[in-house]
Design a protein around this ligand. Structure first.
Ligand SMILES: NC(=O)c1ccc[n+]([C@@H]2O[C@H](COP(=O)([O-])OP(=O)(O)OC[C@H]3O[C@@H](n4cnc5c(N)ncnc54)[C@H](OP(=O)(O)O)[C@@H]3O)[C@@H](O)[C@H]2O)c1
Length: 344
């Protein structure tokens, strides 16, 4: 990897009142266009809390929003036209509640929380909707808890979209990344027989997370060999829908979590094709859009405290090195979560 510069501090006028250090996203492009600035602290709305951020998870999704590709992202609530709607990026965090909105009853000042914010996590303070926060798992440090909300896609993809049952066979494509590392553990915890697809360098790590069988995609093709799965959970999008269907039982379920697609529309073409095919097959074809909610975050925390799951954290970098973190996840070869820490 090339040498990564620290973020330069944009010259900012002294702002009266409460300010914070934050990454500012003023135009779409490479992470190097972001600047570290002094910005006003957000004020929480009636159903929000103000969180003093301890750590934020950096994901491939954040990279898409900052880069503005696929271009489709610009017309979603995460994007904006002609320039980014949200000044501060970053969607998942952990931290301590500093202020509580008038309608919030679930949290008090001083509570240690983790969850989703939609935007604004790459800062010292973030306003977070209370409905997408939960109390930190007791078994984790506050910093590590920032990695947990990214498990939501794996949980909802396997349990809800996939309807994965104990004893069923599941294939996890992309088992070594941030989502995949959770998916292996969750599928195992749900009682499934887990076949994981990853590259050579990740085989032992993925096996240690709980995979029963591991297919090294640099040496073998999961489509060869004739195995059929009840659920295929796809976090890579590197094969056609027809190819994934060929790895399913006649009534199996394909869950499209992400990856692949065009520069303009991302996964939309795949999703439309799945919808067109659905009426003509007994196989279930399910696009996934994970929805953050406190109930699932609390369930994940319970399973972590029970020793069934743990976050896999690959890197921790301070806010001033956020560009390096974003470039790393943007390369698409993550080996778990990358965290930006606010305290160090
Ligand atoms: N639908 C939703 O709600 C939702 C939510 C979260 C994420 N997502 C999407 O899910 C996808 C995965 O997210 P992520 O955070 O896990 O990404 P990530 O951390 O970048 O992981 C991607 C993983 O895929 C592996 N990989 C690359 N090529 C592969 C291949 N041919 N076969 C198997 N594995 C391969 C990579 O490892 P190697 O290159 O070393 O093999 C890497 O570990 C992204 O597209 C993301 O946008 C969707």
């Amino acid at each position: 990897m090339q040498a990564q510069p620290h973020l330069t501090t944009a010259p900012t006028a002294a702002i009266a009142g409460r300010t914070m250090r934050a990454l500012a996203h003023r135009r779409y492009g490479a992470p190097g266009l972001l600047s570290l600035e002094d910005l006003p602290r957000p004020s929480p709305g009636p159903d929000e809390v103000l969180v003093k951020v301890h750590a934020a998870n950096v994901s491939i999704g954040d990279h898409h929003v900052i880069d503005g590709t696929p271009y489709l992202v610009r017309v979603t609530p995460y994007g904006g036209l002609p320039r980014p709607r949200n000044l501060v990026p970053g969607t998942t965090l952990s931290g301590v509640v500093e202020e509580v909105g008038a309608q919030v009853t679930a949290f008090e000042v001083g509570d240690e929380v983790f969850g989703e914010v939609g935007h604004g996590a790459f800062a010292e303070y973030a306003a977070a909707p209370a409905r997408a926060l939960a109390s930190k798992p007791r078994a984790l440090s506050l910093e590590d808890a920032a990695a947990v909300p990214w498990a939501m896609a794996a949980l909802q993809g396997l349990r809800d979209a996939g309807n994965l049952q104990a004893g069923q066979k599941v294939l996890l494509n992309g088992a070594s990344g941030a989502v995949g590392s959770w998916a292996v553990q969750l599928a195992r915890h749900l009682g499934a027989h887990v076949t994981a697809v990853c590259s050579t360098r990740n085989v032992e790590r993925v096996r240690a997370l709980g995979a029963d069988e591991v297919i090294d995609y640099t040496k073998a093709d999961f489509l060869q060999g004739g195995a059929r799965f009840d659920v295929v959970f796809d976090a890579v999008g590197n094969r056609s829908v027809a190819e994934f269907r060929s790895a399913l039982t006649p009534t199996g379920t394909y869950v499209a979590c992400g990856g692949g697609g065009s520069t303009w529309f991302g996964p939309l073409g795949r999703i439309v094709w799945m919808m067109l095919c659905s009426p003509f097959t007994k196989q279930r074809l399910k696009p996934l859009l994970a929805e953050p909610n406190a109930k699932d975050l609390a369930l994940l925390a319970e399973w972590i405290d029970g020793g069934h799951l743990r976050p896999v954290i690959e890197r921790r970098l301070p806010l001033a090195r956020a560009v390096e973190a974003l470039r790393h996840v943007g390369e698409g070869h993550a080996q778990g979560a990358t965290l930006i820490t606010m305290t160090s």
